[in-house]
Design a protein around this ligand. Structure first.
Ligand code: AMP
Length: 568
């Protein structure tokens, strides 16, 4: 079975193509979004999703979120003594989504379409594929998130050629893409973004606003710094969500039994978030400039990502574009639904016309060259772009270079990806050397042709017209050679972890939530939660599903009540 997966920075979701429409699959807690969070304990116990996120407040050092930001890098994370790569962590989320599909349909998915940000480079794309493989999913295709959104919003059926803008503000990242369709071809014309801007930053701005307003705030100093931050951020997120539907909301936490509260108005929040809102403009302008499209020619502004639900963001957009954005599809679901439509297309889903999808090169590819300035001085390591970013793929481009020294015997081209003029700041992909006949400087021309295809392979041809010598290099990332070994090692590593079985997910999540509440209180409230926890644990030991369900509901009601008075 082929499924569509939105592997997000904050939340992930899985959807299927079923009965002629994309359908989201709920997780074990009945939710369509699964937090991209992982938490471990000594002995290899593992939590994924909401339970992991709840453990963030109580076990911040053993819990990790936003690991999508690290994918494709050599960074590793050590949680409770176990070291994991970003791929391993992503694989744990993917596996949990696959479990959900299996529970819903009785069939284990074996293949997936996974979405990635349009700006992801080769390394990040390969790492995402690898995460799929570790999770036991053959990745049939990676598609760009804005392309998936376009499919979900039905913009692909419109038949006009007007470009539209996909505005995607998630929990931790911000992506802008300009998408166009022509003759059934979806083309991401340009993408830009800020991978350090999202709902989390709005939480931080809210914390900054309310912290000085809290009475008794010295009690906060008794908390370790990471716990303090986790508590404040969690409370800020709740307040921020409340402000999406109300003019005023209460920020409230309990520390050592001490309630700390403050009222926040949407105006005050808007003011506190002003500098973040300003940062939304830049990527929009950059994307429009890259594809030479002006705001007026955009037919639609499509909203994706949970943080676009903030009125402060919608207001800013309306001002920026002079019209209301399109939010006809749930902004949190659009990408997963689009991935499922793509899955439907790949498996020949009835009722879907063939749509081809064209993407653009997400970064510039070129070579390092040397030049002489007007004073004859030699400058090494200057980037000479050959395929510029946002060029539709597949593409083939050639540039001609000349020898620089008299009687030079060979020319070496180092191949880079990136945007910096100084090649040292770009990513080196490989190197190619070609012999040249000895002649005075500047007399021998060397042609470099780059061919970049849809699967992301770069083919480099270098030829010397005067001698007819040619050299060719197909760039396969260093990383790729290690891939198979890595996947096997990762699988072994993950096998050692004891992820809670799916049928226990509700209990596990309830325990994590209750423990979070327990730690937030002292005195009577703590006793009450403690007693309820003991009772629930007793019910779990009885292993009678009915008794467990009753106890869980009871504990849930108690925690809801406590939350209503003092959201932790
Ligand atoms: P995503 O990465 O697309 O799942 O978006 C997650 C972000 O959306 C988080 O920062 C959430 O706080 C935010 N979010 C979700 N729902 C709302 C809402 N109703 N109001 C404000 N922010 C929201």
């Amino acid at each position: 079975m082929l499924v569509g997966i939105d592997l997000g920075t904050t939340n992930s979701a899985v959807a299927l193509w079923k009965d002629g429409a994309p359908q989201l699959v709920p997780n074990a807690l009945g939710k369509e979004l699964t937090p991209s969070a992982v938490s471990l304990a000594k002995g290899g116990q593992a939590w994924v999703g909401q339970a992991a996120l709840d453990r963030m407040a109580t076990h911040p050092a053993d819990t990790v979120t936003s690991f999508k930001r690290m994918i494709g890098t050599a960074t590793t994370v050590t949680l409770a003594g176990t070291t994991l790569t970003p791929e391993d962590l992503s694989a744990m989320v993917l596996r949990s989504l696959a479990d959900d599909v299996e529970a819903a349909t009785g069939e284990r998915p074996t293949q997936a379409v996974i979405t990635v940000p349009a700006y992801f480079n080769e390394r990040q794309r390969r790492a995402t594929r690898r995460a799929g493989e570790i999770a036991g999913l053959e990745v049939k295709r990676l598609i760009n998130e804005p392309t998936a959104a376009a499919l979900a919003f039905g913009l692909t059926d419109r038949g006009d050629r007007e470009p539209f803008l996909v505005f995607d503000l998630g929990g931790g990242t911000f992506d802008v893409s300009i998408v166009e369709m022509f003759d059934g071809i979806v083309e991401v014309r340009a993408s830009a973004g800020d991978n350090r801007l999202g709902g989390d930053d709005f939480d931080a701005a809210l914390v900054k606003l309310v912290e000085p307003l809290l009475d008794n705030r010295t009690v906060l100093d008794t908390l370790p710094a990471d716990r303090r931050r986790a508590l404040l951020n969690l409370a800020a997120e709740r307040t921020r969500r409340a402000l999406s539907t109300a003019e005023e909301a209460e920020f409230s936490i309990v520390v050592e039994g001490e309630p700390l509260t403050a009222r926040v108005s949407s105006d005050a929040f808007e003011e506190a978030a002003a500098s973040l809102v300003k940062r939304l403009r830049d990527p929009v302008i950059r994307a429009l400039r890259d594809c030479h499209i002006d705001v007026k020619s955009l037919s639609d502004i499509v909203l994706v990502g949970g943080a676009t639900r903030m009125p402060v963001v919608r207001k800013a957009l309306t001002r920026m574009f002079g019209r209301f954005p399109n939010a006809t599809v749930h902004p949190d679901h659009a990408v997963a639904l689009g991935a499922a439509i793509q899955a439907g297309l790949l498996s020949g889903g009835a009722g879907l016309e063939e749509i081809r999808i064209t993407d653009v090169a997400p970064f510039t590819l070129g070579v390092g060259t040397a030049t002489r300035d007007a004073h004859g001085r030699f400058h090494d390591d200057i980037f000479a772009p050959i395929i510029e970013r946002n060029t539709p793929v597949p593409v083939s481009r050639m540039e001609r270079f000349q020898t620089l020294a008299d009687n030079q015997r060979q020319v070496t081209f180092a191949i880079y990806q990136g945007e910096a003029r100084d090649v040292k700041k770009n990513v080196k992909l490989g190197e190619l050397t070609v012999p040249v006949p000895p002649r005075p400087a500047g007399e021998v021309a060397v042609d470099v042709r780059f061919t970049y295809d849809t699967s992301g392979l770069l083919d480099v041809d270098v030829s010397v017209p005067v001698s007819g010598t040619t050299r060719n290099l197909v760039i396969v990332d260093e990383e790729d050679r290690r891939t198979q070994k890595d996947v096997a090692e990762s699988r072994k590593r993950l096998e050692k972890l004891k992820v809670h079985p799916r049928d226990e997910a509700e209990n596990v999540a309830m325990l994590a939530r209750a423990e979070r509440a327990y730690e937030g209180f002292t005195g009577t409230a703590r006793d009450i939660i403690g007693q309820a926890l003991t009772e629930f644990q007793g019910a779990l030991e009885k292993q009678d599903p009915r008794i467990i369900a009753d106890a869980r509901e009871g504990l849930g009601r108690l925690l809801d009540e406590i939350d209503a008075h003092s959201p932790l």
